[in-house]
Design a binder for this molecule. Structure first.
Ligand code: CDP
Ligand code: MG
Length: 817
């Protein structure tokens, strides 16, 4: 290990780095991935301080973008020093730390350091901060750089090192007052690069003879249609589909519809005629990606080619789900599974992997065994696997985006940028020359891919960030803070975020943090989801609140197949409850949990029969667990309850967390309460039934004056005027209104402005849980509240009621304090 350390490109720069740090406070170090930045630079500093005569041992914090890299790097460094982890070298990630009072070099996630700054704003006792992988430009890392930049004048003895894989070191150096830079020159081996069209040519024999989706190709070869080329198109297949789609249905592009080509063709049959047969043969794109990967792997290990037979294969996939799919494909493939099983190590690599599982990823397999690592973009820069010779790049990754219709974050499947492709390719040339296969055409690469990924801070809503700045209490003037970021977001985004925070009650009218805002700042979820979680705990309907929170932040479990829409809608209405789409989803979820009592088969059937997605259900269950952990993290769930809950979780969970948390769940089935806390979360997304005005009101014993037809009803918001309820909502056909107010989650504009999932709510929760009350006019018993970029006026029955509302609001505030 020592010999390997000395061979690393970084090894030669030991003294230089220590020298440069003597003279300046900040240093930017860049160098190719794998050159030894993360593992070596902190050790140079530590060793220099151990050898120095002053006797002051350095206390180093090194941040990593992901939990798994913090753990694996700490372990590696401890090994290199023949130390036990948790001694001089340790790590700390959320809910897990291996460190002690002896620890002098701590690897932690960026989030952990930001959390620490809340209680220890000057980082007492820390001598060096290393911010690693700054080029990734995550929201956390950009934010941390800003905070540290502000800290420097107060802590003139603190040294800061920024480390980056790519070469845009100039940007970071400029940000820190043109601080010195050091570039570690690396050695690389040449990597041959192939794109989709080449891959299909190269593996072509598979396509013709063995692949299931090659059959249409064969038929086509037998009787070629006049005018249709039998050669594979070298330009982008997706482009072709996109063009065809545009011709048939101009407003729908692949991207904004989020449909696979197959679904598109099903929806717009006209596209079919516009595509070449070759493309049609490949139209199941998700599948082809996975199957093409399978074929390519077969070809690499067994096919006729001149490339080395030794060496590991690294496959870049967008996420855990795709990793699982390919993994399963390979296990059932006779080339890799069955008798041949011992010839291969097929290893998943992703952020939720345990540290034992990671080990084999870094180990060298015995001779004659090929290591195939299926990874997310985690292996792009933060984790280095040395013996990779082949890279297969699916071209996709998951990226946080801002979904304007929900004003919420979403995790989208997107094409990578050219910089990502370049980096992925480079992973094949670590120890010898290698080969990279990109599963997109050169045309897409050259003409459609962005040069660089967009920094996260410009893609996400800013509410969380604003709250975190408030809580850090480091900055006097809020106005200027965000503009101090390395590449600040647009002003308009900042303003919208602030007013949304006021509406939610996280900031008061003077833009000061409220007690609620304080708690929301420490929950790393969308502020509205956070509010729902907190209120669920306070009002003891936690389990149901978390289910709703999960559906809001992920998606509805109801599916509506194109050809069975009516049937599906009917099924949904069977679950309908409380004039609320949200409670209806909750109801379906609970029924699914019940169905599980009869075994997983029964639960599966239940979902199929009721047009529910079992995958979504499982995802919701997982999210609920994560939410519970977050709440316990900030001490919002009493320990006794949670410990037992988590115990269940780690024993293989069934998605239920209600059982042990009885106390937290006594009001789980109180629909009125649940719809009230929905108001808390979704406010100010409120619409009011406007016309025909008099007709929603009751006239005595449950009778209704005249039931309006759905199309007669209009719902108004201030900003969009009239909106309509989406036909998929349970409120679309509703015949009985006991309140003129609806809260909604998502507003979309197609032919009309629609609100999609919505819940009918009464006035009192609006008054009690809604955000800022702009004015209270106690003489006239009026409240004026801002909603959905406008305002509504409520009239309380008398002064007593008005007083009561005011008092209750104060009390809730007090409770959160
Ligand atoms: O940070 P950078 O990408 O420059 O490199 P590094 O993470 O410090 O890795 C330097 C070398 O250490 C790699 O090339 C690997 O050979 C080795 N390493 C390892 O074997 N196991 C680890 N968990 C981490 C690094
Ligand atoms: Mg590194």
């Amino acid at each position: 290990m020592q010999a390997a350390r000395h061979r690393l490109p970084a090894a030669k720069w030991d003294l230089e780095i220590v020298q440069m740090l003597k003279h300046g406070q900040v240093l930017v170090i860049s160098g190719m991935t794998g050159c030894g930045k993360t593992t070596q630079v902190p050790q140079f500093i530590l060793d220099a301080s151990l050898k120095s005569k002053t006797g002051q041992v350095a206390n180093i914090l090194c941040t990593q973008p992901r939990r798994i890299s913090a753990m694996s790097v700490a372990e590696r460094v401890a090994d290199e020093r023949a130390e036990k982890l948790g001694g001089i070298v340790g790590y700390q990630i959320r809910l897990e730390s291996v460190m002690s009072t002896r620890t002098r070099l701590l690897f932690c996630t960026t989030g952990i350091l930001l959390r620490r700054l809340e209680s220890d704003p000057t980082l007492q006792g820390v001598t060096h901060i290393l911010i690693d992988e700054v080029h990734e430009r995550s929201e956390d890392s950009d934010f941390l750089m800003m905070v540290v930049r502000n800290l420097l004048p107060q802590r003139y003895d603190l040294k800061v090192i920024l480390m980056s894989a790519t070469l845009d070191a100039g940007l970071f150096s400029a940000y820190f007052n043109d601080c010195p830079r050091l570039e570690i020159p690396g050695r690389t081996f040449p990597v041959e690069q192939y794109f989709l069209e080449d891959v299909i040519e190269m593996t072509g024999y598979h396509l013709d003879e063995r692949s299931p989706f090659a059959r249409p190709l064969k038929r086509m070869n037998a009787a070629p249609k006049a005018g249709v080329s039998t050669r594979l198109p070298t330009d982008d297949i997706i482009d072709e589909i996109e063009q065809a789609t545009n011709a048939v249905a101009p407003r729908h592009s692949l991207q904004d519809q989020n449909l696979t080509p197959k679904q598109l063709v099903a929806r717009y049959p006209g596209i079919y005629n516009k595509l070449t047969l070759k493309t049609l043969a490949m139209i199941d794109f998700d599948k082809i990606n996975n199957e093409l990967i399978e074929l390519l792997l077969e070809w690499i290990v067994d096919g006729p080619h001149q490339y080395p037979r030794e060496g590991a294969v690294l496959v870049f996939l967008p996420g855990l789900a795709e990793i699982k799919q390919v993994y399963e494909l390979l296990l059932t493939n006779p080339v890799f599974g069955g008798r041949n099983k011992s010839r291969f190590w097929i290893l998943p690599l992703h952020s939720t992997l345990s540290s034992e599982d990671q080990h084999r990823v870094f180990s060298t397999p015995p001779k004659g065994t090929t290591k195939i690592v299926l990874t997310t973009n985690i292996a792009e820069t933060s984790i280095t696997i040395d013996d990779v010779v082949y890279v297969i790049d699916s071209g996709r990754m998951k990226e946080k985006r801002y979904d304007a219709s929900k004003s919420m974050e979403s995790l989208d499947l997107v094409w990578e940028s050219k910089a990502n492709a370049q980096q992925r390719k480079g992973r094949a040339g670590r120890v010898a020359s290698g080969v990279a296969f990109h599963l997109f055409t050169s045309h897409r690469h050259d003409y459609h891919m962005k040069p660089q990924p967009i920094p996260e801070i410009q893609r996400v809503p800013l509410e969380q960030l604003i709250l975190r700045i408030k809580i850090l209490d480091l900055f006097d003037n809020m106005q200027d803070v965000l503009s101090q970021l390395i590449e600040p977001p647009a002003d308009i985004g900042i303003e919208t975020a602030k007013s949304r925070l006021q509406d939610l009650g996280a900031l008061d009218l003077d833009k000061n943090l409220t007690p609620l805002g304080y708690h929301l700042a420490s929950l790393p979820v969308d502020v509205r989801i956070g509010k729902l979680m907190l209120f669920g705990a306070i009002f003891r309907c936690l389990d149901s609140a978390l289910t709703i929170a999960a559906t809001l932040s992920y998606r509805s479990p109801f599916v509506s197949p194109f050809d069975k829409r009516n049937e599906a809608d009917k099924c949904k209405l069977d679950f309908a409850i409380g004039n609320s789409d949200h409670l209806t989803m909750l109801n379906a979820y609970k029924s699914w949990i019940k169905a599980q009592k009869d075994g997983s088969q029964a639960a599966f059937r239940f979902c199929q029969e009721n047009f529910l997605s079992i995958k979504t259900m499982q995802m919701l269950a997982t999210m609920k667990h994560q939410f519970t952990e977050l709440l316990s993290d900030i001490g919002f769930i009493r320990e006794g309850i949670l410990c037992r809950d988590l115990e269940r979780k780690f024993r293989g969970s069934d998605g239920v967390l209600a059982v042990t948390g009885q106390e937290a769940n006594v009001h789980n089935d109180n629909m009125k309460l649940l719809s009230a806390i929905l108001v808390a979360a979704l406010f100010p997304n409120v619409v009011q039934i406007k016309t025909p005005e008099a007709k929603y009101s009751k006239t005595g014993e449950g009778a209704v004056a005249r039931l309006p037809k759905p199309e007669e009803l209009r719902f108004s918001t201030k900003s969009d005027g009239y909106v309509s309820i989406h036909p998929s909502s349970v409120n679309f056909q509703v015949r009985y209104y006991d309140s003129p107010y609806l809260v909604y989650h998502e507003k979309i504009k197609t032919t009309k402005v629609y609100i999609r999932d919505c819940s009918m709510v009464s006035v009192y929760p609006l008054l009690l849980f809604g955000g800022c009350i702009i004015a209270i006019d106690l003489d006239r018993n009026d409240f004026i509240m801002s909603v959905d970029e406008g305002w509504i006026r409520f009239k309380a029955a008398n002064q007593e009621v008005a007083e009561l509302v005011r008092e209750l609001r104060l009390e809730l505030n007090q409770l959160l304090r």
